[in-house]
Design a protein around this ligand. Structure first.
Ligand code: PMP
Length: 303
């Protein structure tokens, strides 16, 4: 990762190298943090952040679920993000807001721990590789089940990502690009950091949030754009066989954007290359985030 000049921490622009924390920080010991991943894109009207307010609202909901008192409002955080992008002279890139418990408590009742808020920005290309975006990736169904939402709230909390990390590392070590996680009932939930879509006989399916998957903004945007374009998009509980019999499968997420899946558990999906509906989803999404398709101007927040 290439450092940028500043990191925003609790209202200050701190030089990148100085944005450090103490080793006794509660979040380091117990995973008590919540975060977001957001992307900024270059458009003809300058830099725009995709669904910035939505992401900062989700950050607030995650903090609420874990009882972390965030001292910055959604408006404060959106303003800080825009100022940081400008200060770092980034025309596009990835934005990582992170709220975490620092000093003031060590032990399992962090009520007195200081809540720190930071925003980091950097340049980040295709998360699953340029080649993956073009030709599709190879995935495996993980032997690790996704954490159930009766054990953790459905939120973007740092601690729960240790579950995703087990799945991702297992997949990569076995020679795959990404893992698909099942829930406790064996239903398809999501990738380690992406939502999943399955195309079968012209209909587009995605699992409902209730199976245990993140309520992704890319998932929502792609479903909306495909519906606007005349496709039927249905939320349905899917199982492993649905993946094997699919005509097309793709993943969505802020980092992954729209990434086609060409193979699952060593079985080719369709002809083993990105299908027409996946390609249409990519086209619609890419045109929207770069401001070329203007059917949802509310999603682009200009710097
Ligand atoms: N699922 C998980 C587990 C994720 O970490 C992410 C990335 N935030 C997503 C899905 C996709 O969500 P979004 O489209 O809002 O980035």
């Amino acid at each position: 990762m290439e450092p940028t000049t500043y990191i925003w921490m609790d209202g200050e622009m701190v030089p990148w190298e100085e944005a450090t924390v103490h080793v006794l920080s509660h979040a380091l010991h117990y995973g008590t943090g919540v975060f977001e991943g957001i992307r900024a894109y270059q458009t003809e009207q300058g830099t725009a952040v995709f669904r910035l307010t939505d992401h900062m609202e989700r950050l607030h909901r995650s903090a609420q679920a874990y009882q972390m008192e965030l001292e910055w409002s959604v408006e404060d955080l959106t303003k800080a993000t825009k100022e940081l992008l400008a200060a770092n002279e980034l025309v596009d890139g990835y934005i990582r807001p992170l709220v975490f418990l620092e000093l003031g408590a060590i032990g399992l009742n962090p009520a007195n721990a200081r809540v720190r808020t930071s925003i980091i920005t950097w340049r980040w290309g295709a998360y699953l590789g340029e080649e993956g975006v073009r030709d599709g990736i190879r995935v495996r169904v993980s032997s690790w089940r996704r954490f159930p939402n009766d054990s953790f709230p459905n939120a973007k909390a740092t601690g729960t990502y240790i579950n995703s990390i087990l799945a991702k590392r297992e997949a990569v070590q076995a020679g795959f690009d990404e893992a698909i996680m099942l829930n406790q009932d064996g239903a398809i939930s999501e990738g380690s950091g992406e939502n999943i879509f399955v195309v079968s006989r012209g209909t587009v399916y995605t699992p409902p949030i209730s199976v245990g998957c993140l309520d992704g903004f890319t998932r929502d945007a792609v479903a909306t754009l495909l519906r606007d374009d005349g496709f039927e998009v249905v939320e349905r509980v899917l199982d492993r066989t649905d993946l094997y019999y699919a005509d097309e499968v793709f993943l969505t997420g802020t980092a992954a954007e729209v990434t086609p899946v060409r193979e699952i558990d060593n079985r080719p999906i369709g002809p083993g290359k990105p299908g027409p509906i996946t390609q249409r989803a990519q086209e619609l999404f890419n045109a929207t985030v770069t401001g070329k398709l203007t059917t949802h101007p509310e999603w682009l927040e200009h710097v």
